[in-house]
Design a protein around this ligand. Structure first.
Ligand code: CA
Length: 352
C-alpha cells in the first residue's frame, strides 16, 4: 500500500516546503457519499470522487488512506521523501460541491481540524483556510477567523462552485477579505463543470490529466479579463501545475486581448490597466505541483520571475520520492533553487 522504496533525498542547503498538499476529514467522505447517491450529481464529481470512493485499485486506496491522516503516517511519508513542511489544504472539490448551508458549516469543521493538526505539528504543517464561495459574506468571515484566530495561512478555493466562477462580482467580497487579511488564495483545480465536461469525459480526459488544467486555467484567466486585479491590485492568487499552462500562453493572450478590446467585440471584455501577462507577473504565484519537470519550471521562472515559482509535491496524489530527487538535481543557481523550495513559500505563507 505504501510507495515503492526510494532513497531518502539527502539534506540540502534548503528546506523543502511542499505547498499544494491535500487532506480530507473522514466526515467529509460521508457528506460526499450522500451527494453521490442523491439526485443528478455533478458528472465531474461522479467521475472523480465516485471513482476514488469506490475503487479497490491500489492507487485510489493509498490516496484515500493518506488524505484522512494528519498525523503519524503523513509525517513518515514526509520524512521518507525529505519534505520538511507541508502547506495543507482541503482536497478538491471540498465543500464547493455541497449545498450552501452545509458548505458554510463544514468549512468551519475542516478548518478547525486542520488548525489543530498545525498546532500539534507547528514545524511540519501549515494549513490553508477552506471557504464556501456559495455564501461570499460567510466566506469572508471564515477567512478572517481562519487567519486571525486559527493561525492558518492562505485560502483554498477548488475552482468553480456549481459551475460559477469568481470573475462574477457577486463573489468579490472574498477577494476583499483576502486582501484585507493579506493572505493569498490558492485556486486549485476541480473537474470541469456540467456545461463543459462532456467532450473531456467521453475520452477520460476530465481529471488531473488535462480537464483540471483547462478548467482552472480558464478560471484564472477569467479573473484577469474581468478586471479583478484592477479592483484588488494587492491580491495574490496561487495556481499549481506550472500555472495551468498560462505562462506558455502569455504572449498570445497579450496580443489577442489587446486586439479584441480594440475591436470592441465583446461587452464582457473591457480594457484593463495592464496586459494579461503583467497580472501574471504581479498577482500570481505558481507552483510546480504535478510537474516535476525542469524545462517547464525554468520557463515559468523566466516568464513570471524566480520569486514567484514555488515547490509542491501534490501529496498524496503524486506522492513520488523520485520526483524530489529529480528536482534536487535541477541545474539552477543555488539561490534560485532555495527560493523555489523554501524562501518563496516562507514569504508568501508567512512561515517563520
Ligand atoms: Ca492537488
Amino acid at each position: 500500500m505504501d510507495q515503492p522504496k526510494a532513497e531518502r533525498p539527502p539534506k540540502a542547503d534548503y528546506a523543502r516546503i511542499a505547498t499544494e498538499e491535500a487532506f480530507a476529514p473522514a466526515e467529509m467522505m460521508n457528506i460526499w457519499r450522500k451527494i453521490l447517491e442523491g439526485p443528478d450529481p455533478d458528472p465531474g464529481f461522479v467521475s472523480l470522487i465516485g471513482f476514488y470512493m469506490t475503487s479497490q485499485a491500489e492507487r485510489p486506496r493509498h490516496i484515500m488512506n493518506c488524505l484522512t491522516d494528519l498525523g503519524a503516517m503523513r509525517l513518515r511519508h514526509m520524512e521518507e521523501a525529505g519534505i520538511d513542511r507541508q502547506v495543507i489544504a482541503l482536497t478538491s472539490p471540498g465543500v464547493q460541491v455541497m449545498e450552501a448551508d452545509s458548505a458554510v458549516d463544514f468549512a468551519k469543521v475542516a478548518n478547525d481540524e486542520l488548525a489543530e493538526a498545525c498546532r500539534n505539528h507547528p514545524t511540519k504543517f501549515s494549513g490553508m483556510v477552506a471557504i464556501a464561495p456559495q455564501k461570499p459574506a460567510e466566506a469572508a468571515k471564515e477567512i478572517e477567523r481562519g487567519i486571525k484566530q486559527l493561525g492558518l495561512t492562505g485560502v483554498i478555493i477548488n475552482s468553480h462552485t456549481h459551475g460559477e466562477y469568481l470573475s462574477n462580482p457577486k463573489f468579490w467580497e472574498i477577494f476583499e477579505a483576502a486582501e484585507a487579511n493579506d493572505t493569498p488564495i490558492y485556486l486549485h483545480p476541480n473537474t470541469p463543470p456540467r456545461d463543459m465536461i462532456r467532450p473531456f469525459l467521453e475520452v477520460g480526459l476530465d481529471g488531473a490529466i488535462f480537464g483540471f488544467g483547462v478548467e482552472t486555467g480558464l478560471h484564472a484567466l477569467r479573473l484577469i479579463t474581468s478586471g479583478v486585479f484592477d479592483r484588488f491590485p494587492k491580491l495574490q492568487i496561487i495556481i499549481g501545475h506550472m500555472g495551468e499552462a498560462l505562462p506558455f500562453w502569455a504572449y498570445r493572450l497579450d496580443y489577442m486581448h489587446a486586439a479584441t478590446v480594440r475591436s470592441n467585440r465583446y461587452e464582457s471584455m473591457k480594457p484593463l490597466k495592464k496586459k494579461p501577462s503583467e497580472y501574471l507577473r504581479e498577482n500570481f504565484h505558481i507552483t510546480n505541483s504535478g510537474v516535476a519537470w525542469e524545462p517547464a519550471i525554468k520557463f515559468t521562472q523566466d516568464v513570471v520571475g524566480t520569486d514567484r515559482v514555488l515547490y509542491a509535491m501534490d501529496y498524496p496524489y503524486q506522492h513520488s520520492i523520485e520526483e524530489v530527487h529529480s528536482l534536487d538535481r535541477m541545474q539552477m543557481a543555488p539561490e534560485v533553487k532555495k527560493a523555489f523550495f523554501q524562501t518563496n513559500a516562507e514569504k508568501l505563507f508567512k512561515i517563520s
